[in-house]
Design a protein around this ligand. Structure first.
Ligand SMILES: [Zn+2]
Length: 144
């Protein structure tokens, strides 16, 4: 093998690597991996409507129902998911909602061992676990 063909090989590999990386980040390209997206919303009468709920949840890579259940419980406010929006039946300041989402991330997204957000929730025998794809740590979490 001469130097030229070696050079080409490296370029090709580099490109396919980039391709892989691109594919894996594409669905959440508007998300910062380590920064939680702030909620956007408004008050409608005594209700709070989070208009970017789907986007916030997509960045957390979590099931919208799971995040919603947590918020309903933590905010002591029932509500429902309406398309991309979350409707809470209490008038709540956005700072309070952002704080709860931050707590959600600490409990259900970030790995307790390495702090990375590359995790998934597993259910086994009625228990829930947070499994880290980066370091392999598996920690039991509360069922919601
Ligand atoms: Zn980890």
């Amino acid at each position: 093998m001469n130097l030229d063909s070696l050079g080409e090989l490296i370029v090709e590999d580099y490109e396919s690597m980039l391709g892989e990386a691109y594919k894996s980040i594409k669905p959440t390209e508007f998300c910062d991996r380590f920064e939680v997206k702030k909620v956007e919303g408004m008050h409608e009468g005594n209700k709070t409507v989070i208009t970017n709920f789907a986007q916030v949840v997509q960045c957390l890579r979590r099931n919208p129902d799971h995040v919603a259940r947590y918020l309903f419980k933590e905010l002591a406010s029932p509500g429902n998911i309406d398309g991309d929006r979350l409707i809470l039946t209490r008038k709540l300041p956005s700072a309070m909602i952002n704080e709860k989402i931050g707590k959600y991330v600490e409990n259900f997204v970030k790995c307790a061992n390495c702090g990375k957000p590359d995790t998934e929730i597993l259910s086994e025998a009625g228990k829930s676990f947070l499994k880290c794809m980066a370091c392999g740590t598996k920690k039991e979490i509360h069922n919601l």
